[in-house]
Every structure is written in structure tokens, then in C-alpha cells.
Design a protein around this ligand. Structure first.
Ligand code: BES
Ligand code: MN
Ligand code: ZN
Length: 514
């Protein structure tokens, strides 16, 4: 989809010629009183001090996520006030950026159908302003996201066409830079969401590879696509094994960004799981919920979208994306439990469950990525249901070298994408010793204990020793099946695009050291 246009303004929101003004409301700690958020003082003044009372009568409590609309009846220029709950008054000077991001997102969903809106939400007039601006811009743009869908008569309420963000100083350079960055990041997230939300019959492996290649070429990235013949010639046993059950052949896409002038301070490899649909294969999944496996290419979508954003942000690092893409189907030609597969790096894997297909295609892509000798390798995938059991639907797990895992956690925290480091205990690895091959695909006897950690151990077999690496399991957070909230729409979430962008920025800033 195309996101709304986002501009800055520092004039009076009460006199802004827009269809609605969005403001914040805090729940007051005691007394149950409401407090209008910073940035909307002039709007509150125009209501002669009666705005909080009017909102209270309409049921506003200031709770985070709440949205209350109020006709202004000539008190201000805009005909509508949209009050979003921001929770209690912040203890420090400014709101938690994630509260702002979610508030802006909820507001933008509530004003769908209108043309232009102004956001008069709290942006502090100090050094924390850039963070607030980034959060508000990302939240607003992503809250406006809608997937086009497949209805014969398209949806009723279109997203707004323009957003004006009220800031203390619209000409400030760092403020403008944050808006530009937020727009690039939100565009990338929207891209990833669109790919995930595309129905699996419209996005089989060759289609997905083509769409990614087209977008990447347009963005000026170097693109290489290996088709089935090329995969066979090069010995990508894992990708071919998973792909052989489908009539739509697998692909391996490699995308590369090199900084202008070729001066890179570090090389980063990103790998993403691209299963366009996961039936489980011969070890078939139950019918209940299988439709959600249209999201099993979320990792690849996130990596491709991140590279598109990188091409626009132009950091001083080389970033290479590797997307193994296949469809996991049961058929007469499908791989089976008991098969022994020779992988791209020569290791032999004993298959126990064809539904553990992600690690098979990722192992090949990781081994390929390591050939390019990166300084860091970050892989992300909807790898295990065990991730959801351990951390729930909204927190991803990260496993790998501890320092990089901590950097991933921090990058996620900054993005409002929760990611938690998980251990890799030795006993889980020894449960994967094979009697006939180099490694079992999962623990012996399909023992489910530590299922997420088994995935990490398996992938680690294909990473160059001593290379800082991280595996981000996004099985839960990649896809949202409930009602929309904050800036999260139904379906693909675009996790962990913004985390990856923060991490790459961190690596570029640190100059590849640490
Ligand atoms: N794509 C699934 C994991 C998944 C499950 C993602 C639910 C999102 C929601 C993956 O390919 C899978 O099937 N994993 C198996 C591994 C097992 C067979 C070792 C699982 O988690 O059950
Ligand atoms: Mn599976
Ligand atoms: Zn899968």
C-alpha cells in the first residue's frame, strides 16, 4: 500500500485547517481526573477549560489505547477532536516512545475515511524530541496501514492521505531527519506486511522471488536469484529437499547493498526464512490454524524489506540479505522423515519431521552467507511453535553469541519490538546427536523440550565458528490474528524490520567494533 504523506508544522493546532486534530489525554494518578497531553494546550484553551469535562462525559479515562472523538462545533478550526489515551502522566519529562507510537497508531486507525489530520501529541522541547518524533511518525504511518485485500468491492474507509505532525520547531534538522528515517522504516514495514498478507496461492516461491527481485532492483541493490537448476548444481540439499514436494520450485535470493564509494566499516549478513506456505509436508499439520502458515515467509519478507530501507538510508556498512524460499507441501515427491540430506556445507542431516522445514532451508542459506565472510550474521524466522509457548505472541526469542543477542535485545527495545535472549544449554545439543548422520534435525524421539533452543542449536551447526551471530525466532510476533491495536494491524506485523534497522545503525555507528 502507499502510506500517507507526513509533514511537520509548528503553528497553532487550534487553527489548523484539517479534518481532525489528534491530542493526548492522561489519566490522572488519584482523583480520576483527566489531563490534556502536552502539545494541545491551545486546543484545550479554545474549549475554555471544558475539554476534559466533555471528554469525561464521553467516557474517556485516559487509559492507553483508548480513542474518544468529539465534535468541536466551531471552537477550533478542525471539526473533530480525537483524544487518544496516553496512560498516567509520565514520571519523567516525556512519554515512553512506545506509548506515543501506539497512541498515534490507534488514532490513525480511528480517523480512516478522513482526508487530512493533525497530530498535536506530546513532543518535548529538549534532547528527547527526536525519539518522540520518530515514535509518533512511525506509529501514525503504520496505524494508517491497510492491506488492499481481495474484495470485489473494496473497503469502505480508506486511510487518510496526509498527516501533519505538530513539533516545537518544524525546521529543526534532527527533527526532519527523524521524520525521513521514520518514513523509510514505516515504508519497509508496510512492504513486509504486504508480502505476508498476500494469499499463499498468489505468492508461491517463484512469485515471491520475482517480487523481491523487482523491488530490490528498483532500489538499486545487487540481486542474484538461484533457480532450482542452479540450486541443484551448487548442492543446496536442504532447500531442495523442502522444495521437492511442491510443484512450485524453490529459490535462493541474494540481495546486496554496498555503501557509496565502497567504504564499509563492517559487513553484515541477514538471513530470513521464506516458506511461502507451511503445510508441514508429510508430517502434516492439523487443519485448525494451518491458514496462518501463509505467514511462514515473514523472516524473508523482513530481511528483504530491511534491505530496501538500507538502500534508502545508505549506512556505511555492507549489508547482504539471503532469502531461501520454498513451499512445504506433502506429495509423492516430498521429502520424508528418515531421509538423510546432504546440506550445502556438506554436513549430513537426519530428518525426523518434515514440519521442521525452516531450519533445513536456513541451514543452507546460513552456510552460503558465511562464504561471504561477514562480520555479523543475523537470521530471523518463524521457526518454532515452542517460541510461542515460551514467550507468547508478542515477544520474540533471540539466541546466538551473547553480546550480539544483547545488542539485538536493545535494538528491539528501542523499536518497541520485544525480543528476549534465550540460552543454548549443552544437553539440548546432545539430544540432537544422530546415530547415522552428523546431526539430527530435531531432538531424538521428537522430544519437544526446549524446542526453540533445538532450532538455535541446529542452525549454529552451519555458522562459521567464532562469528558473532543471532537467531531471532519470530513465530509469535510476526503475525497478529486478533483485532488491531496500537499501530499493529491484523495479519503481518513487519516484525523485526525496525529492530534490524536499529541494529544496523548501531553497527554502523560503532564502526563494526564490539
Ligand atoms: N512454521 C512453523 C513454526 C510456527 C508455528 C510458526 C506456529 C508460527 C506459528 C515451523 O516450520 C514448524 O512447524 N515447527 C515445528 C518444529 C517441530 C516439528 C520440531 C513446530 O514448532 O512444531
Ligand atoms: Mn513447519
Ligand atoms: Zn515453518
Amino acid at each position: 500500500m502507499t502510506l500517507p504523506r507526513l509533514t511537520l508544522f509548528d503553528t497553532d493546532p487550534a487553527e489548523s485547517a484539517v479534518d481532525a486534530v489528534v491530542l493526548g489525554v492522561h489519566s490522572h494518578d488519584r482523583a480520576g481526573e483527566l489531563l490534556i497531553g502536552a502539545g494541545a494546550e491551545s486546543v484545550a484553551a479554545a474549549f475554555d477549560g471544558q475539554l476534559t469535562e466533555a471528554l469525561r462525559l464521553l467516557g474517556a479515562t485516559g487509559a492507553a489505547g483508548e480513542v474518544v472523538k468529539l465534535a468541536t462545533l466551531g471552537t477550533i478550526t478542525a471539526p473533530l477532536v480525537v483524544a487518544v489515551g496516553l496512560g498516567p502522566v509520565p514520571a519523567g519529562a516525556s512519554c515512553d516512545p512506545e506509548v506515543l507510537r501506539r497512541g498515534a497508531g490507534a488514532a490513525l486507525r480511528a480517523v480512516a475515511g478522513l482526508g487530512k489530520v493533525a497530530l498535536a501529541l506530546p513532543v518535548p522541547d529538549d534532547e528527547s524530541a527526536p525519539r518522540a518524533v520518530r515514535a509518533l511518525a512511525e506509529g501514525a504511518l503504520l496505524g494508517a496501514y491497510q492491506f488492499a485485500g481481495y474484495k470485489s468491492t473494496p473497503a469502505r474507509k480508506r486511510p487518510v492521505s496526509a498527516i501533519a505532525l505538530h513539533v516545537p520547531e518544524a525546521r529543526d534538522r534532527s527533527t526532519r531527519a527523524e521524520v525521513k528515517r521514520a518514513t523509510i522504516a514505516a515504508t519497509a514495514v508496510a512492504r513486509a506486511r504486504d508480502w505476508v498478507n498476500t494469499a499463499p496461492n498468489y505468492l508461491r516461491p517463484p512469485d515471491f522471488a520475482d517480487r523481491v527481485a523487482e523491488a530490490a532492483t528498483e532500489a538499486g541493490l545487487a540481486v542474484e536469484v538461484l533457480n532450482e537448476r542452479a540450486l541443484r548444481r551448487a548442492g543446496y540439499g536442504g532447500i531442495l529437499a523442502v522444495g521437492q514436494g511442491s510443484e512450485a520450485p524453490p529459490r535462493l535470493v541474494r540481495l546486496e547493498y554496498t555503501p557509496p564509494g565502497g567504504r564499509a566499516v563492517a559487513r553484515v549478513a541477514l538471513v530470513g526464512k521464506g516458506i511461502t506456505f507451511d503445510t508441514g509436508g508429510v508430517s502434516i499439520k492439523p487443519a485448525q490454524g494451518m491458514w496462518e502458515m501463509t505467514s511462514d515467509m515473514s523472516g524473508a519478507a523482513a530481511v528483504a524489506a530491511t534491505l530496501l530501507a538500507v538502500a534508502a538510508l545508505k549506512p556505511r556498512i555492507t549489508v547482504t540479505g539471503y532469502l531461501p524460499i520454498a513451499e512445504n507441501m506433502p506429495s509423492g515427491s516430498a521429502y520424508r522423515p528418515g531421509d538423510v540430506i546432504r546440506m550445502y556445507n556438506g554436513k549430513r542431516v537426519e530428518v525426523l519431521n518434515t514440519d521442521a522445514e525452516g531450519r533445513m532451508i536456513l541451514a543452507d542459506a546460513i552456510a552460503r552467507a558465511c562464504e561471504d565472510e561477514p562480520d555479523y550474521l543475523i537470521e530471523t524466522s518463524t521457526l518454532t511453535g515452542a517460541q510461542i509457548v515460551a514467550l507468547g505472541k508478542r515477544v520474540a526469542g533471540v539466541m546466538g553469541t551473547p553480546e550480539l543477542c544483547e545488542r539485538v535485545r536493545r535494538a528491539g527495545e528501542l523499536a518497541g519490538e520485544m525480543i528476549w535472549p534465550m540460552p543454548m544449554p549443552d544437553d539440548v545439543r546432545s539430544s540432537m546427536d544422530s546415530a547415522v548422520a552428523d546431526v539430527l534435525q530435531t531432538a531424538a524421539g521428537l522430544d519437544k523440550s526446549g524446542g526453540m533452543l533445538q532450532g538455535a542449536w541446529f542452525l549454529s551447526e552451519f555458522v562459521t565458528p567464532d562469528l558473532p551471530w543471532a537467531h531471532i525466532d519470530i513465530a509469535g510476533p510476526a503475525y497478529h490474528s486478533g483485532e488491531p491495536y496500537g499501530y499493529i494491524s491484523k495479519g503481518g506485523t513487519g516484525v523485526p524490520v525496525r529492530t534490524l534497522l536499529n541494529l544496523l545503525e548501531d553497527i554502523a555507528r560503532a564502526g563494526g567494533k564490539n
